[in-house]
Write a new protein. Structure first.
Length: 124
């Protein structure tokens, strides 16, 4: 006979989190300090860093931020994207191929840089 489990509380000493386990699902008890960190730093901090600071997974952090109505700062995101683009460009140049294709790559040569050519026009 099926006997439903009753919810019970757990405390993870390693991460310092209290949560309630209900079968396979768990609910985290959000402390005021955790919510303060999220509301204060979410707009200008990477999710990875903030999740480590709060002690939850990145996915849990994103869910809580959406629940609180938070979003990233657009100027900060633009700076991060530019920084990562420059890092990728430097890594690509260090490997010896500054573009997205290695030198000598002839893939798509018959329709490269031609206007009006679509996949429907090309016979494969």
């Amino acid at each position: 006979m099926y006997k439903p489990r009753t919810p019970y509380d757990r405390y993870d000493q390693e991460r310092g989190l209290s949560f309630q386990a209900r079968g396979c699902a768990t609910s985290i008890y959000w402390t005021p300090l955790m919510i303060h960190y999220i509301t204060r730093y979410f707009a200008t901090t990477t999710n990875e860093e903030l999740a480590g600071l709060v002690g939850v997974s990145q996915r849990t952090l994103i869910r809580k931020a959406r629940q609180l109505g938070l979003s990233k700062d657009k100027d900060w995101l633009a700076n991060i994207w530019e920084e990562r683009r420059l890092m990728a460009k430097a890594a690509s140049k260090a490997k010896g191929y500054p573009g997205c294709f290695k030198p000598g790559n002839m893939i798509g040569e018959e329709y490269r840089f031609k206007k009006g050519v679509t996949k429907k026009n090309i016979r494969l």
